[in-house]
Design a protein around this ligand. Structure first.
Ligand SMILES: Nc1ncnc2c1ncn2[C@@H]1O[C@H](COP(=O)(O)OP(=O)(O)O)[C@@H](O)[C@H]1O
Ligand SMILES: [Mg+2]
Length: 321
């Protein structure tokens, strides 16, 4: 046994002539939170379904918990938890009935089911709502109930496919606390998201675009290896940031220009020259500069840069915080 929970080599999935996942390779360490980032349609769910033994790869190999996803599908399924993108709860069942249903699927005996039921109700903050119809629960509650059902049998590896999609920001934050707790207990969590800010909470990340892996590493590694030219953050005391974006982005010395909230991020070849150019250009256009600071790139800067410079189809629906 290696200390890797998941090992993926050249995993590929084609649907007819369309390649949804293209020779993807990565490894996930035991107990880590591993983030799988990419825009809608990048191939995240397809990859997860192959790793969970639910979809046959076209080529390549993957070991999950030491089991081969192609030849040991049943062992893979018994040893993982999987929360699918649509939460897979039965809306017409009560909270308690949903937990019992999953207990049956995993073959828990009465004693263990009672213990785990109590644990899920507490974890999901659903004590007192055992007999509520699942349909009537808010998004955040449904999400936590779905997580509870996915890990009822206490698997060591958990796959969460966009678990924070469609829930409010507070629930998103609470959910990440639950993910951290799982990781602290030594459980390996692979989580997909198209929210860039969530990448910061992960130990390691991969970014895929149009089925291919374009970057991997820890948040710190990603921030320090890809963008080596200076990044300047510009705030305006007077003027419209969107107009400033349009003005700066067409300049040859501006390698990359993006709006981040009320500020402009401009990647330049040379810091001093960049400062002068920005000042001259924007002030002559009637703006007044508040500040120009050199900053460390955020993961959002890095990902947007990588996606724009990826030769393949660009991901456009990726979301900033
Ligand atoms: N069963 C399928 N048949 C054909 N195309 C599919 C099928 N499943 C997914 N795809 C396509 O594969 C691509 C990747 O999909 P998916 O893995 O769901 O992306 P993501 O989860 O990153 O949004 C998409 O273009 C999608 O339309
Ligand atoms: Mg998906």
């Amino acid at each position: 046994m290696t200390d890797m929970a998941i090992e993926v080599r050249d995993l590929t999935k084609r649907f007819g002539r369309f390649t949804a996942v293209n020779q993807v390779s990565f490894s996930v360490k035991r107990g880590e939170i591993f983030g799988f980032l990419g825009a809608n349609g990048a191939g995240k769910s397809t990859t997860i379904r192959m790793l969970c033994g639910l979809l046959q790869p076209t080529s390549g190999t993957a070991l999950v918990g030491g089991y081969d996803v192609i030849t040991q599908t049943d062992l893979v399924k018994q040893n993982i938890g999987y929360m699918s993108q649509r939460f897979s709860l039965y809306n017409d069942l009560t909270v308690e009935q949903n937990i019992r249903f999953f207990g049956g699927v995993y073959g828990l005996d009465d004693q263990r089911l009672r213990e785990r039921m109590a644990w899920v109700l507490k974890m999901a903050d659903l004590e007192g709502r055992e007999t509520s119809l699942t349909r009537t629960l808010s998004g955040g509650w449904k999400q936590r109930l779905a997580l509870g059902c996915a890990i009822l049998h206490q698997p060591r590896i958990v796959f969460l496919d966009e678990p924070t999609g469609g829930v409010d920001p507070i629930s998103r934050r609470n959910f990440w606390e639950l993910i951290n707790q799982l990781s602290a207990e030594g459980i390996t969590v692979l989580v997909t998201t198209h929210f860039l800010d969530e990448a910061e909470y992960c130990n390691d990340i991969i970014l895929i675009n149009a089925g291919s892996l374009i970057a991997s590493g820890s948040p710190m590694e990603l921030k320090t290896t890809h963008i080596t030219t200076p990044l300047l953050e510009v705030s305006l005391e007077h003027g419209e940031i969107v107009d400033a974006l349009e003005t700066v982005r067409t300049q040859p010395w501006a390698i990359e220009t993006t709006v981040f909230g009320t500020r402009l991020h401009v990647m330049v070849e040379d810091e001093e020259d960049g400062r002068k150019q920005i000042l001259r250009l924007l002030e002559s256009g009637g703006n007044r500069i508040g500040s120009i600071d050199r900053i460390t790139p955020s993961l959002e800067d890095v990902f947007l840069y990588l996606l724009e410079h990826d030769g393949r189809r660009a991901g456009t629906t990726i979301q900033q915080g």
